[in-house]
Write a protein of this length. Structure first.
Ligand code: GDP
Length: 381
């Protein structure tokens, strides 16, 4: 299917489905057909942008450009946590709760294991059985080939396609290992870190960098040991304050600089406020949850909604989107430049010796880089 047809199928069916839902609930069969068409078109469109064929890439670019005016209206939610913390259980109950409120939900995955092994531990449809058969949900596993950067790029584009198809909530799920959390936090409006109740007992085990990325921390499985969950909530809250006071503003919080009157994070006392003003590092919220018993879902959603309202008011919402869009562009340029740099014949012919020299310590890395760049620029400094 060509870009034009896919765009029509995505936009047409998406619009009709939602229009029918609100104005005429009686024609549910028709709505379901449209939603099925919409999901199929969306799945095909994502397959197109994951293709490595140059002709497909050109079609995918055309498709994204056509759809761009219809994108951006969703809430993009990043969810991370170690395997077993309860991500899929949570996403399923949250998804069903949101669909019940009239939303359409897309779940995408960024799975670093799939880029290494070709297998996927995330986004597998069988993990969310009730959600995956719901007509208002779209679940897509992680692209299984390519580097993390490549997967990130496809996922960023997939978010746009989901939005054009009428999904007003897009969840991007990732596992709590490696760089993928940073990647996901840089493509979502709100990054949620899921933890287990015993996490508070061993704060050393929680990577500081990841904590700094989190806008919200959820202590899941609070039903197993309510006291431990409450303790973890208090400990993580105070640890986050410490990071907020003394840590360097992290990548994610750089986006927030210059805006200190964020009501969502503004529940502290005056001392805290003044520190926040200095560091410009907002303090995340820590909430308890039992995904299994479906407790805490409403509270979570209210918190997210309050966050959105507050951020929109302060301008941080659109600022984060703007920074992310620009970062996405530069990331693509960087990786393409590096690729073409390495393939440029004068550079390519020098590389074996240069790599060996840097590897065995006989050539300084900075000098090596300058020599390669000199060759790349055709002998101009
Ligand atoms: P994921 O790997 O992060 O997606 O974790 P899953 O959602 O697959 O959950 C792992 C296991 O934890 C499953 O057996 C779930 O039933 C269980 N689980 C998830 N949430 C809760 C919870 O809130 N309380 C309890 N007791 N178990 C939970």
């Amino acid at each position: 299917m060509k870009a034009q047809e896919l765009a029509q199928a995505l936009l047409g069916s998406g619009r009709r489905a939602s229009a029918t839902q609100t104005t005429d609930p009686g024609t549910s069969n028709q709505t379901q057909n449209w939603e099925a068409l919409n999901r199929r078109a969306l799945a095909k469109s994502i397959t197109l942008l994951e293709s490595t064929l140059p002709s497909d890439r050109a079609e995918a670019d055309a498709l994204i450009s056509m759809l761009l005016p219809h994108t951006g209206q969703s809430l993009r939610l990043g969810i991370s946590g170690v395997p077993g913390v309860g991500k899929s259980t949570f996403i399923e109950v949250l998804g069903l709760y949101l669909i019940n409120k009239g939303h359409k939900l897309a779940v995408l995955a960024v799975d670093p294991s799939s880029t290494v092994s070709g297998g996927s531990i995330l986004g597998d449809k069988t993990r969310m059985e009730r959600l995956s058969v719901n007509p208002s949900a779209f679940i897509r596993p992680s692209p299984s080939r390519g580097t993390l950067g490549g997967v990130a790029e496809k996922t960023r584009e997939a978010i746009l396609l989901c939005e054009a198809a009428g999904y007003d909530i897009v969840i991007v799920e990732t596992v709590g290992v490696g760089q993928s959390e940073t990647t996901v936090s840089l493509m979502t409006d709100l990054f949620v870190l899921m933890q287990l109740p015993n996490a508070g007992d061993d704060l050393q085990a929680i990577k500081k960098g990841v904590m700094e990325l989190a806008d919200l921390v959820l202590i899941n499985k609070a039903d197993l040991d309510p006291n431990a969950a409450t303790r973890a909530q208090a400990q993580i809250t105070s640890a986050m304050r410490l990071y907020g006071f003394h840590g360097n503003p992290s990548k994610s919080t750089q986006l927030d600089q210059g805006h200190d009157q964020d009501a969502f994070h503004g529940h502290g006392h005056e001392h805290e406020q003044s520190h926040k003003a200095q560091s410009s590092t907002p303090l995340p919220k820590v909430l308890q949850l039992s995904a299994l018993q479906e407790k805490g879902i409403e509270n979570f959603w209210q918190t997210v909604s309050a966050y959105k309202v507050s951020r929109e008011k302060s301008g941080l919402w659109s600022e984060r989107r703007r920074s992310q869009a620009l970062a996405g562009m530069w990331e693509r340029v960087d990786s393409e430049l590096k690729r073409s740099f390495k393939e440029y014949p004068p550079v390519r012919s020098m590389l074996p010796n240069v790599l060996a020299g840097v590897g065995n310590g006989s050539l300084a890395p900075t000098v090596a880089a300058r020599q390669l760049l000199f060759a790349y620029k055709g002998g101009h400094a």
